[in-house]
Design a protein around this ligand. Structure first.
Ligand code: FA5
Ligand code: MG
Length: 424
């Protein structure tokens, strides 16, 4: 049937991506629908709001940091999105049992290969090639919920800025990056018990890097949103940075996280090459910035090929203030789906993200939202039941109830095929 590649249930022997064949295994969960997004490169498409925001970010880094009249940062915006688990996790000190590695959160091609879940996956290889200041921009893939701010493919800008002692403290020869007690021949002796800094670094070096990191990122935020933007720093944790922070901006009466950042763990720098530098790194989401900047209400609009959408961003001055005008808003249509789970699942072990992928596979971009509406265990039969609400909306026309019902039926059939559930 046409659903045979759907999530989870049915297994395939191999996965074809752009003419390349990958051996499938028990980790394979990438779907044809997801594969179809590879190479779309929205961040490089003229007139796409993501591309406008990308250019503004690149310009900010080009103009703020120069070395002998040349931009200090180099930009990589076309790195291939298929990476190894080593690149996405191991190189970044993400432990084997870390939740971000779960099959339920990533699109795996097989056990060793996945669609990158963050642009940080390229950090080590670029450091290894000798770069010290660089931006990595591209599409990333995550299994997540379905609503107006989440889409399984989004775009990130990541950066690394490294400095040697002479660059960080040009006029202060007495100041050091590394604690005199730190044994450089044993980089793994570095630890992060102190919330202020890594044990290998001096407090002066860490604090100066933190100040630079935060002022560069606030500079960027103000360059994008103006000086009145409200922001706050929140302490955070990433396995690959310490200390770490997230930046939130106040948008539509709420705080919205726009980026994560921190001081790169020394172990990463040492194993990729430079053992005499300290570096900061950050990763930000282009969609969130574009949605806030242009008041774009739904993340799916980034993928619109409708001229009513794209012409609003056509040939504009990069710094123009643009407010997206809805082409028009078409009505939603909500259908519920309730089913009994087969005995091998419970309401707690059934993986929602598998279900969401399947819904998106069949329904495509007319799926606006999927919400778990109800779950219960029948008191007598002890059978487990789930009910999801699926919200349908086409961004460019009105859907008829009949066509929604048709798609809804196809999804029901696919869920039955994939999991052996019984529709109620
Ligand atoms: C990361 O991906 C880290 N790699 C960022 C980083 C890089 C930290 C380097 C330190 C050093 P996180 O999962 O929080 O972290 O994602 C970073 C940003 O991507 C978020 O702040 C947000 O702006 C954006 N983002 C994350 N998930 C989504 C999503 N589902 N939809 C849209 N944007 C998202
Ligand atoms: Mg985060």
């Amino acid at each position: 049937s046409k659903y045979k590649f759907s999530t989870a249930a049915k297994s395939v022997a191999s996965v074809q991506i752009k003419g390349k064949e990958f051996v499938a295994d028990d980790y394979t969960n990438v779907t044809p629908k997801i594969i179809s997004y590879l190479g779309k490169n929205l961040h490089l498409q003229k007139n796409n709001p993501l591309s406008i925001v990308r250019q503004r970010i690149v310009n900010y880094f080009y103009s703020s940091f120069t070395h002998r009249g040349h931009p200090a940062f180099s930009v990589y915006d076309n790195l291939p999105p298929i990476v190894t688990t080593k690149q996405n996790f191991e190189d970044l000190l993400i432990p084997a049992d870390h939740p971000s590695r779960a099959k339920s959160d990533c699109y795996y091609i097989n056990r060793d290969t996945l669609l990158r879940a963050h642009m940080t996956a390229h950090q080590s290889e670029l450091l290894r090639s000798g770069l010290d200041n660089f931006l990595m921009i591209g599409d990333v893939y995550r299994r997540d919920e379905i609503d107006s701010t989440h889409f399984p493919v989004f775009h990130q800008v990541d950066a690394v800025r490294s400095q040697r002692r002479e660059e960080l403290f040009p006029d202060k020869p007495e100041l050091q990056i590394f604690e005199p007690t730190f044994d450089k021949t044993n980089p793994n002796a570095n630890h992060i018990n102190d919330p202020m800094k890594q044990s290998c670094h001096t407090l002066e070096a860490t604090k100066l890097m933190e100040t630079q990191l935060k002022s560069h990122l606030i500079g960027l935020t103000q360059a994008l949103f103006g000086h009145n933007i409200k922001y706050r720093w929140v302490d955070a944790y990433f396995p690959f940075t310490h200390p770490s922070w997230e930046l939130e901006i106040f948008y539509e009466n709420d705080w919205m996280e726009v980026l994560g950042c921190g001081i790169v763990r020394n172990e990463i720098l040492v194993s990729a090459g430079p053992s005499n530098t300290i570096a900061y790194a950050f990763g930000l989401g282009l969609e969130r910035l574009a949605m806030a900047l242009y008041k774009i209400p739904d993340i799916r609009l980034m993928w619109s090929t409708d001229s009513g959408f794209l012409t609003q961003f056509e040939n504009v001055d990069l710094n123009a203030s643009i407010t997206y005008k809805p082409v028009s808003s078409y009505p939603q249509c909500t259908n519920d789906m309730s089913f009994w789970l087969p005995p091998q699942y419970t309401i707690d072990t059934f993986i929602s993200n598998d279900f969401y992928d399947l819904v998106r596979d069949i329904g495509g971009d007319i799926i606006e939202q999927v919400k778990l509406k109800d779950k219960f265990v029948h008191p007598k039969s002890k059978k487990h039941s789930l009910c999801y609400s699926i919200v349908y909306r086409h961004l460019e026309r009105t859907l008829t109830q009949a066509e929604v019902n048709q798609v809804h039926k196809e999804i029901e059939k696919a869920v039955v095929d994939a999991y052996g559930v019984v529709i109620r």
